[in-house]
Design a binder for this molecule. Structure first.
Ligand code: GFB
Length: 327
């Protein structure tokens, strides 16, 4: 796909961490970006509104980064919202894109949708080959449905829609919330609190033994735009570094980055989640893409920016809970 100056590009979810990184990258490329409406203006869960907005704005390329996302505890606490919101968002945008004849759509899945005990490193063909990790099963089923939507419209209607599966990401625009965040922003928050308050120890969740693969979101955005321009197939593509580490090793790296000298202790009443998630990145490497930001350097960059934020952080806005528990 040539320079996107002429094509109208919509980054759905441009206020989230990945969407913002994709937007930054496309702005550098001089892409013709459509203004991404805020949730208050366009609720992506409402199909008629999505169809109306798309019919008026006629995007040629769509990066579908809009989703309800969160860390392990958020997923385990709000499965109804995770599956309902994500199914609605992806179905509305993908079906409207097919109706409109959008020339390219990139759908974002996640490495957490692989079966819990799939062989490692995770190859794209292992999807749907076994039971899912309980803590984020709702989110994973929603995202697997998104992959199937992309594949079905591609095979039946020849839509040039593709799916990508990023590993755990970190970087600018992340959510810093002790309960809801993914592990890296959650730990940065804990390290900052400990340093600001002179605490002698930091408590992490689980056992510290699970292994995770981490990629800076700017590298992820670079890979996503690269694949949008070069990749067209019904098979999804893993996006990662192909290297993993234990949560304990991540904590050690954060001690080096932040200068925290106290103890790291573990609250094993909290879930570990999937024991290991490392991606096989052969398919990505075959399209001659490589990450540029080493983890320790990326963490130092994010830590530096995080420390510029006033402390304590303002409490994060809590998204409304539309569903009521039956008495
Ligand atoms: O990033 P994370 O929340 O989600 O947790 P997953 C990664 C690992 O970090 C788990 C441990 O083993 C946690 O037990 N951990 C230790 C912590 N301390 C903390 C802490 O303070 N906060 C958090 N959050 N974790 C997610 C999925 O799984 O992967 C999402 O739930 C998403 O849907 C994401 O797909 C990529 O990596 O376990």
């Amino acid at each position: 796909m040539g320079k996107q100056g002429s094509q109208k590009v919509w980054v759905a979810g441009s206020r989230g961490m990945v969407g913002a990184a994709i937007t930054r990258r496309l702005e550098t490329d001089g892409a013709n970006l459509l203004p991404d409406p805020a949730r208050a203006t366009l609720d992506l869960r409402r199909q008629q509104d999505v169809e109306g907005w798309m019919a008026n704005n006629k995007p040629d390329v769509i990066y579908l980064a809009a989703a309800r996302v969160g860390g392990i505890l958020d997923n385990a606490t709000y499965p109804a919202e995770f599956i309902a919101d994500n199914l609605q968002i992806e179905t509305n945008i993908i079906t409207a894109a097919a109706k409109l004849g959008v020339s390219k759509l990139v759908f974002l899945g996640s490495s957490c949708i692989y079966p819990k005990m799939a062989p490692q490193p995770l190859r794209e063909e292992y999807l749907l080959s076994g039971p899912l990790e309980e803590t984020n099963r709702a989110y994973a089923v929603a995202k697997l449905a998104g992959l199937e939507l992309v594949r079905s419209f591609r095979l039946q209607h020849n839509c040039d829609f593709i799916s990508v599966l990023p590993c755990n990401l970190y970087g600018p625009n992340d959510t810093y919330d002790a309960k809801h965040s993914h592990v890296i922003p959650a730990l940065l928050l804990k390290f900052r609190a400990a340093i600001e308050e002179g605490a002698s120890e930091i408590t992490l969740w689980g056992t510290g033994t699970p292994r995770r693969e981490f990629l800076h979101v700017d590298d992820c955005a670079d890979a996503i735009v690269h694949l949008a321009n070069t990749y067209s197939s019904d098979s999804p593509v893993n996006i990662g570094t192909g290297e993993d580490m234990t949560i304990a090793e991540l904590a050690d790296m954060l001690c080096a980055v932040t200068g925290f000298k106290g103890r790291i202790v573990y609250d094993t009443s909290k879930p570990d989640g999937t024991p290991r998630k490392v991606l096989d990145v052969t398919r990505l490497q075959a399209s001659s893409w490589k990450p540029k930001i080493p983890l320790q350097q990326g963490l130092a960059q994010v830590w530096q920016a995080f420390c510029l934020q006033p402390w304590p952080l303002p409490s994060p806005e809590v998204s409304p809970r539309p569903y009521r528990r039956r008495a």
